[in-house]
Write a protein that binds this ligand. Structure first.
Ligand SMILES: [Zn+2]
Length: 431
């Protein structure tokens, strides 16, 4: 058996092959069953095999298979990238007399929740995907490629639904971007603190609230984004969707908001943006396009990472390059430390209710391991340690999926192989 430690991915991954929940939701449901008894290493015995593609048309089946292959590739990439993230974010802090990691990504999908149990493996029949159970999660949208994917997907669905509900009921939405001038070398923490202060000043302006009210303004969603460019350094900026009762004149709104935003920046001690670049206002078509693509850039590897330092990089771009570039490594650490605990997407008060969107926490999005998941196995700690040692978490999930579908025992064989490899290493070290 060939055990090669995973290296961070460098291949471009297109977002267009994402598994469509509507397709997989049409698969038959199964009841939860109990895990089989474990033998010596806890890996003997066959996994249940149940046909899972009933009710699908041939075309659906083909597309589902190709989507699943793509899903597997992406998952390997996410786990590998999480390894890079945790290798960078090693800081510890004392909490309640105990030393603990500053960034919980260190423990995400590695450390167990209950020490009385091993790590469980689940199979979700609807999605045809395997999952781990009894493992801690970090719920970080900023530094965990695995948690962020799940949360972002859920939030994107909410955004789309909210916007659709509003426009279908005759409302209007605009995409508004706020930025301010910044330069290479600006301190990221100071920049964010200044922007926060500027927004407080902006929304405290009676002129702003009164004019917006007159225009039929009902609320906003604020998405915080950040990129890094070698030319200008960190570029934290804010894309907002403003919801109005009726249509407005984008150009006049831009002029009005720009002036007020420039004033707020100056009052907050920030470099003032100019009239052209501080605020950008786009109509509903742009808002719709924006929410459809929101968060997907996290899954893209940009070509220019390989060739040079032009253009702007997302934090996950920096992470992808970090294993071979110490500068990116430092930048990613800086970003992760400053963004820890910050909210990625904020809906103004009462907007979710107005748009008919249910409130769900990030934790609920990640922990939603679906009633249709069945427990297929419990892995003893020794086996789990080996899987971590050889960085094979994603591979294990893939094997569970294959075994479930094909009634094979590849997971057993793989774990036996791992054990042999480890034993071999021990013997070698002794001699
Ligand atoms: Zn995580």
């Amino acid at each position: 058996m060939n055990i090669t430690p995973l290296t961070p991915p460098i291949d471009p991954l297109e977002p267009s092959f994402r598994v469509d929940a509507r397709v997989v939701a049409r698969l038959p449901r199964l009841e939860r069953t109990h895990a089989q008894n474990d033998h010596a290493l806890g890996i003997h015995g066959k996994l249940h095999a149940i046909p899972t593609q009933q009710g699908l048309q041939p075309n659906d089946e083909n597309s589902l298979i190709s989507q699943n292959i793509d899903y597997v590739t992406r998952r390997v990439a996410r786990f590998a990238l999480q390894e890079v993230s945790r290798s960078i974010l090693r800081d510890m802090v004392e909490r309640n007399g105990k030393m603990t990691y500053v960034h919980q990504v260190r423990n995400c999908l590695r450390a167990r929740i209950s020490n009385k149990k091993g790590v469980t493996l689940f199979y979700n029949v609807e999605r045809e995907q395997a999952n781990f159970g009894n493992l801690q999660r970090c719920y970080s949208v900023w530094n965990c490629p695995i948690c962020s994917m799940t949360i972002t997907e859920g939030r994107r669905t909410e955004l789309k639904q909210g916007l659709d509900n509003w426009t279908q009921s005759g409302g209007h939405a605009y995409l508004i971007t706020f930025t301010n001038s910044h330069h290479k070398g600006d301190d990221l923490d100071q920049l964010l603190t200044g922007q926060k202060k500027a927004f407080v000043k902006f929304w405290q302006k009676r002129k702003v609230t009164e004019i917006l009210k007159r225009l039929g303004y009902r609320g906003r969603i604020v998405a915080t984004e950040i990129t890094y460019g070698e030319g200008n350094g960190w570029h934290p900026h804010y894309h907002m969707i403003f919801f109005f009762d009726h249509s407005i004149e984008a150009k006049s709104l831009k002029s009005f908001l720009s002036l007020e935003w420039m004033d707020s920046c100056t009052k907050a001690g920030l470099k003032s943006p100019d009239l052209i670049h501080g605020v950008d206002v786009r109509n509903g078509t742009y808002a719709a396009k924006y929410v459809t693509k929101w968060g997907l850039e996290n899954e893209l590897t940009k070509g220019h990472l390989k060739t040079g330092l032009n253009g702007s990089l997302t934090p996950f771009d920096l992470l992808r390059g970090a294993s071979t570039n110490n500068h990116y490594k430092t930048l990613f650490k800086q970003f992760a430390d400053v963004f820890k605990g910050k909210q990625q997407l904020v809906w103004s008060k009462g907007l979710k209710e107005l748009l008919g969107i249910k409130k769900v926490t990030d934790e609920e999005l990640v922990d939603d391991t679906d009633e249709t998941s069945i427990e297929v196995r419990e892995l003893p700690l020794k086996v789990w340690d080996l899987i971590l040692k050889y960085e094979k978490r994603a591979h294990v999930l893939e094997l569970v999926e294959k075994d479930y579908k094909n009634n094979t025992t590849s997971l057993n064989d793989f774990v036996m192989g791992l054990a042999q490899l480890y034993a071999g290493e021990l013997i070698k070290n002794m001699s």
